[in-house]
Design a protein around this ligand. Structure first.
Ligand SMILES: NC(=O)c1ccc[n+]([C@@H]2O[C@H](COP(=O)([O-])OP(=O)(O)OC[C@H]3O[C@@H](n4cnc5c(N)ncnc54)[C@H](OP(=O)(O)O)[C@@H]3O)[C@@H](O)[C@H]2O)c1
Length: 289
């Protein structure tokens, strides 16, 4: 799969798997674990979760699927990149560390590869950043970052990190809503992040399924034997400095999405996409789901 890199050069696949809405229903848990295990076996290496999803239930599902996949010899833990997020109301200096410990326990892991502040809340950013840096130093997380931050939030974070300890690990990424239906980040956020070699993690890249039913995308997809959702994913995962987190609950969708991340769109296909989903001409507030 194509890769992008974190500011320190760590490679990441351009497509990861989302887990929102998993772990909410005990009756579905075994199926969810089986599907996630199958996803890992077919090649997914980056899994995105959060303490919020299913009130910790999604982290339990991820942890069990990872354990099953490692035990079955389908993957080495070191080849997986597990992302989780702290709730803003937990993101104090001590609260972040405690939330991370709880997530590690639910995941059954000794470290989280990337730990994000889910969105900006009322705890001072410098307390959250200090906690994140302490977690990196303790080996509990490998990298840290933020989510749902627009340029002004990232600038505020950068200013306080510049005043901090030299060499302390900085913010590695920002996960935001970005898709063909929501191209707002292209106006100033994505350029700002690209200048700093900070990859953008695009959540809801299929617009929560809506792009799969888009007739213009279907018309672009059909001659190549693709689906509309695959064209949407091929487009976003080929944007420089972007990796997409898509959620899929069926083996067919999982396979299609993995295949889409290797599709190269030609100039005519890109032009047809631009016509249907024009790029933003002015700044709009960052959209959130
Ligand atoms: N940081 C944040 O604040 C934030 C916010 C929202 C989401 N996220 C993360 O981003 C992930 C993805 O976002 P999302 O779940 O909102 O939406 P999404 O990935 O844009 O869309 C998921 C929907 O698309 C469908 N789908 C997937 N692959 C398909 C395919 N090949 N053909 C047709 N339909 C397909 C899925 O159906 P099936 O399930 O039936 O396959 C599901 O209904 C989340 O799971 C979560 O991890 C983060």
């Amino acid at each position: 799969m194509r890769q992008t890199t974190l500011p320190d050069g760590t490679p990441l696949p351009v497509l990861g798997l989302g887990t929102w809405r998993l772990g909410e229903d005990a009756g579905r848990r075994r199926d969810e674990i089986r599907t996630l295990h199958a996803a890992i076996a077919m090649g997914y290496r980056l899994i995105d979760t959060a303490e919020m999803y299913g009130d910790g239930g999604a982290e339990q599902v991820v942890g069990q699927a990872v354990a099953d996949a490692v035990r079955a010899g389908d993957v080495d833990r070191g080849a997986l990149y597990v992302v989780s997020k702290v709730y803003p109301h937990n993101a104090s200096r001590r609260g972040t560390v405690a939330a991370c410990e709880r997530s590690l326990k639910r995941l059954g892991l000794d470290h989280i590869d990337l730990y994000l502040l889910h969105w900006r809340g009322s705890h001072p950013l410098q307390d959250t950043a200090a906690a994140m840096q302490a977690l990196v130093a303790a080996g509990k997380i490998r990298h840290w970052g933020v989510s749902n931050f627009d340029v002004d939030d990232l600038q505020a974070l950068a200013a306080l990190l510049n005043q901090g300890e030299p060499g302390a690990p900085g913010c590695a990424t920002n996960q935001v809503y970005y898709s063909l239906g929501e191209r707002g980040p292209e106006f100033s956020l994505l350029p700002w992040m690209r200048e700093r070699q900070m990859p953008l993690m695009a959540y809801s890249p299929i617009d929560q399924g809506a792009l799969a039913a888009d007739p213009a995308l279907a018309a672009i997809a059909q001659p190549r034997g693709l689906t509309a959702a695959q064209v949407a994913l091929a487009w976003i995962s080929s944007q420089p400095g972007v990796l997409a987190i898509a959620k899929a609950g069926t083996l067919q969708h999982l396979q299609q999405n993995l295949a889409a991340s290797a599709v190269e769109l030609d100039a005519a296909e890109r032009q047809a996409i631009e016509t249907r989903f024009p790029r933003p001409r002015r700044k709009t507030p960052l959209a959130m789901i």
